[in-house]
Design a protein around this ligand. Structure first.
Ligand SMILES: [Zn+2]
Length: 277
């Protein structure tokens, strides 16, 4: 993370908001007190609930704990596509047990990541990623929970696996970063697009077109903290309290009132994740 200062809290509260995808612990917040402070900072600007997402087994255990510590925190459990080499039978059994917890509102983040192949040590091979993705799809269907997808430079292969396995009833394309054609394919399939801070980056032209094209009732908003800090704070550490900046940026792009977008995305998040007002 950069040494630059993180964004100041938005002076104008924007409520109600739900941060549909964050990593509280990756930002260095691990104790119940630290988690409560993250949520206090978020609720002060209108972000009343968050879904904190696991990428490995240790995080899967932690997010379920965190969701029991604080009623504003909900969890999503999975092993991230790049790390699925660790997903042996014992881990699958444990993950299935964790995912069944009532505070777990989605199976994620799972999917395919071709970006890191050959760039980083220890990244799972494509066939291993495909098999593990299929396993997570099946888990989501067995538990009747939404599937929260991570897709990095894998549009076509991701759609192939989803079609072959049969998609669960609810699919969320987390940190949607593709263009308008992929957006249309996902929307036609009935899936939800979740937008993060990169939708506000000035050079993300294809993504901005996708953002503008999605119906207001098919959108979620997320920070994906500690990454993806929105314009003009790109490169600094992100946290759930930063979400209003992203929502204002997206609303501007779509020619909508930020309040209307906040209201609509919160309604959608509550309905698909079963989050009580
Ligand atoms: Zn994430």
């Amino acid at each position: 993370m950069s040494k630059r200062k993180p964004p100041p809290p938005d002076p104008e509260r924007l409520a109600p908001l739900i941060d549909s995808h964050t990593h509280i612990d990756s930002g260095g917040n691990r104790t119940p007190e630290q988690v409560a402070r993250v949520l206090d900072r978020a609720s002060a600007v209108g972000v009343g609930a968050v879904v904190t997402v696991a990428c490995d087994m240790a995080q899967a255990r932690w997010v379920v704990d965190a969701a029991h510590w604080d009623e504003r925190v909900y969890a999503a459990t999975a092993v991230h596509p790049t790390d699925v080499d660790e997903l042996d039978d014992a881990h699958r059994a444990e993950l299935a047990r964790l995912a069944a917890d009532p505070r777990v509102v989605a199976i994620g983040e799972t999917g395919l990541d071709w970006y890191w192949l050959g760039k980083r040590e220890g990244v799972a091979e494509p066939d291993t990623q495909r098999e593990a993705f299929a396993w997570h799809i099946d888990l989501a269907k067995r538990l009747n929970k939404p599937l929260m997808i991570h897709n990095r430079e894998a549009d076509d292969d991701l759609l192939d696996v989803l079609r072959a396995e049969g998609a669960p009833e609810t699919v969320v394309m987390h940190c949607f970063s593709s263009g308008p054609a992929m957006a249309k394919t996902c929307l036609d399939a009935g899936w939800i697009l979740s937008f993060a801070g990169n939708a506000t980056f000035r050079n993300a032209l294809d993504l901005r077109e996708a953002v503008a094209s999605a119906p207001i009732d098919r959108i979620l908003v997320e920070t994906d903290a500690p990454y993806m800090t929105p314009h003009p704070y790109r490169g600094t550490t992100n946290e759930s309290y930063v979400l209003p900046y992203t929502v204002r940026g997206i609303a501007e792009l779509r020619g909508e009132n930020p309040e209307d977008l906040a209201e609509a995305t919160t309604r959608t998040a509550r309905s698909i994740f079963g989050i009580e007002p």
